[in-house]
Design a protein around this ligand. Sequence first.
Ligand code: GUN
Length: 293
Amino acid sequence: MNILDGKKVSNDIKNEIAEIVTKMKAKGEKVPHLAAVLVGENGASLTYVNSKVKSCERIGFDSTLVKLDADITEEKLLAEIEKLNTNDAIDGFIVQLPLPKHIDEQKILLAVNPDKDVDGFHPTNFGKMALDMPSFIPATPFGIIELLERYKVETSGKHCVVIGRSHIVGRPMSILMSRKGFPGDATVTLTHSRTQNLEAITKEADIVISALGVPNFLKANMVKEGAVIIDVGITRVTDSEAPRGYRIVGDVDYNEVAPKSSYITPVPGGVGPMTIAMLLKNTLLARSRHNQA
Ligand code: GUN
């Protein structure tokens, strides 16, 4: 069993980007600038956004946090997005999800300039990704691809079973794993809440990518010997003994499944840290494309 160490790899990526930024500064070039829009005070979103901003500082990017009240109108939020779209100092920005219920998420994501959409959530980027055109790939799927690449995990001709069809992880992951090239060239099965006899399908998988959000869902009897296991779950579970009052638990019953696997991502320290690293990578990409525009 080998651990796919997202903590280490994400640190490597951040160091690589920091080195590039140092060179940019030395040449007097503008450094990448990421903005994040946070609406309301959702605890998890606040943690994620703060950690995105902190990572920017660490690697020498400029960053801006746009904090807006939970009761902001859709119109005003659209106006804030337009400001970021037209502000030439900003290379890329994200709107942290979920948004409050009175706001139409699709309408907001459609308003983001695709050239600054470093989350890769705009239909233009999603479509380009599906058609193998240069685009921004959503950070979590991009992070999984990067892990498979850096650990040289064989994917060609393998049966990859994705659990969960979310727009942010499952759906894009299924597209990326079936693309030509490495990592890719896999035979993909995308499973979801209406899938019948999931266990029979996961048992046949060479690679399981679980993005379900149900703690300890995937058990040893659901996977075959030597499978590659990617756990995207990050559910907060109340734990009075944990320092913050909760623990982060993955979709995979790690203690059971790890001994059977050839490669596995731990939670925490697997896919999670990769997401921020890939967002930074996308922002660097946005900066260089912005330069060429
Ligand atoms: N909410 C959960 N994951 C994400 C993400 O990757 N980007 C944004 N903007 N919001 C999220």
